[in-house]
Design a protein around this ligand. Structure first.
Ligand SMILES: *[C@@H]1O[C@H](CO)[C@@H](O)[C@H](O)[C@H]1NC(C)=O
Ligand SMILES: *[C@@H]1O[C@H](CO)[C@@H](O)[C@H](O)[C@H]1NC(C)=O
Ligand SMILES: *[C@@H]1O[C@H](CO)[C@@H](O)[C@H](O)[C@H]1NC(C)=O
Ligand SMILES: *[C@@H]1O[C@H](CO)[C@@H](O)[C@H](O)[C@H]1NC(C)=O
Ligand SMILES: *[C@@H]1O[C@H](CO)[C@@H](O)[C@H](O)[C@H]1NC(C)=O
Length: 437
């Protein structure tokens, strides 16, 4: 069922064999070899390939990678493959950076610094059931995004993803800080040799929100969410971006009061008299609906929108503030667990809202894509900081952190997914190009 869902969402119901004759395939394949280091003038005009040659970086080397490319891409099976269904398999070559080679690791995700005793959790890669997913190649990625801009829009798990990518890219280059504000919630980084900019926009609820009470019924704050109002801190900034990666989830577990048309319509665990509890799901659905609506209404926006689906937390033996913890040291196999309960419901809401928004986007010629990390991350109870996100004596809200992801760690795989998807965009645009010529 899951496979069908993805193949439908991503590729429609048409098989590629029906779509394009063999000759075209061959042409695509030849062109691809050049376009994956896009636009051949870069081959001559820029030093990136030289840098690749000189690099003393660990495997997989760029040479291995490019040599494997034709074989892999000559088949369309990769394009039809559902990369989001698979298993974690051992990868002795990982990790590709450490906390000493990468300074971009957020304090609370620097698990080795705080004494995490095991390191096996770093040494896995994701193996889709029906194909291989190459390990992130930072050189190839930067070639594809040359001159482009990418916005991470959402909560701290989105920041976690961006920092993971910065660490993976650090084998090639460090970015310079091009932030337009000193507010750490709105960082902007530019890779000078590639003129690639990525930006982080803090908007954990995606819509306009206000902290109404710093404590609230659960001592985690009570937020007013204006479910039909844009959060202008990001919506006014993303119009020029080439890629938007949207995410949200964990903040919807906290108490919230929902407003629509500037009136209270209900809440989630607000404990206010006469206010109906509409559940977190109500707010979650409306927040995504509004966020997608903004993107579809931006007149200048021409980019690709990725929904990075919900990454479940893994508290066991209690919830986050009642002694729950995540102490496993190995991934699950897919037959050992399944998405259920709240996680499943949040995920389904995302898929439903995504599908609706995608239809509307298509009519406007905009691309929506699903970066469907949910299943892979469900299988990684071992990838969180747990109590190694801070010193033992430190008094932090999330003492056992089973929400974020240690760096290096399983979240590095999101860059594998993203690069694969960007390559597929290249294939598709080449195909359109070929067909229209
Ligand atoms: C990196 O991790 C090691 C333990 O593996 C720790 O001793 C060190 O302080 C950490 N360094 C930084 C810069 O975080
Ligand atoms: C860098 O990229 C931005 C768009 O991301 C573009 O506006 C600008 O002209 C580019 N600069 C150079 C020097 O290519
Ligand atoms: C709640 O509703 C009851 C019955 O309609 C009313 O008597 C009461 O004043 C309301 N409370 C608040 C805080 O509005
Ligand atoms: C899950 O699959 C593995 C390998 O396919 C098998 O060895 C194991 O027994 C299965 N576990 C369960 C709980 O079905
Ligand atoms: C930890 O911080 C909270 C809130 O800031 C405070 O209520 C609590 O007493 C602190 N606990 C310790 C052990 O310092």
């Amino acid at each position: 069922m899951k496979f069908q869902q993805h193949s439908e969402l991503l590729f429609g119901n048409i098989s590629l064999k029906q779509l394009i004759p063999k000759v075209t395939l061959l042409a695509i394949f030849v062109i691809l070899i050049f376009t994956l280091t896009p636009l051949s003038y870069h081959l001559y005009g820029n030093s990136s390939l030289l840098k690749i040659k000189e690099s003393k970086n660990p495997a997989p080397s760029i040479h291995d990678h490019l040599n494997n490319e034709p074989a892999r891409l000559s088949s369309t099976s990769e394009e039809k493959c559902d990369i989001f269904n698979g298993e974690w398999v051992p990868n002795p070559k990982a990790p590709y950076y450490t906390n000493t080679t990468c300074w971009a690791i957020h304090e609370h995700q620097n698990c080795m610094k705080y004494g995490r005793p095991d390191s096996e959790f770093m040494k896995w890669r994701w193996k889709p059931n029906d194909c291989d997913l190459p390990i992130f190649n930072p050189f190839q990625f930067l070639e594809i995004v040359r001159g482009k801009t990418m916005a991470f829009v959402g909560d701290s798990v989105g920041r976690n993803q961006m920092q993971s990518m910065m660490c993976l890219l650090s084998r090639v280059e460090w970015p310079i800080d091009t932030s337009y504000t000193t507010d750490e919630h709105f960082k902007r980084w530019t890779y000078p040799s590639y003129n690639f900019t990525m930006a982080f926009f803090w908007t954990p609820h995606l819509v306009r929100a206000q902290l109404a009470d710093a404590n609230g019924p659960t001592q985690t704050g009570l937020f007013n969410l204006y479910l039909d109002e844009f959060d202008e801190k990001w919506t006014t900034q993303v119009e020029d971006f080439d890629y938007i990666i949207l995410n949200g989830g964990h903040w919807f577990f906290r108490p919230m009061v929902f407003y629509e048309k500037q009136k209270i319509v209900g809440c989630h665990y607000c404990q206010l008299e006469n206010v109906t509890d509409l559940t977190k799901f109500y707010g979650y659905r409306k927040a995504f609906r509004t966020a997608f609506k903004v993107i579809n209404s931006l007149t200048k926006f021409k980019g690709v929108t990725f929904l990075r689906t919900f990454a479940p937390s893994h508290f066991e033996n209690g919830i986050w503030n009642q002694g729950g913890d995540c102490v496993r040291t190995k991934p699950f196999r897919s037959n050992q667990t399944q998405l259920e309960g709240i996680d499943l419901e949040l995920y389904m809401i995302q898929l439903e809202e995504f599908k609706t928004a995608e239809k509307e986007a298509k009519m406007k010629g905009l691309k929506f894509r699903l970066l469907d990390t949910t299943q892979a991350m469900l299988l990684r109870p071992d990838g969180h900081p747990s109590r190694y996100g801070h010193w033992p004596h430190e008094n932090v809200t999330l003492y056992n952190d089973c929400v974020h992801w240690c760096l290096p760690g399983p979240i590095d795989t999101w860059s594998d997914f993203l690069l694969h998807m960007l390559k597929m965009e290249v294939i598709r645009s080449e195909r359109i190009h070929l067909k229209t010529n």
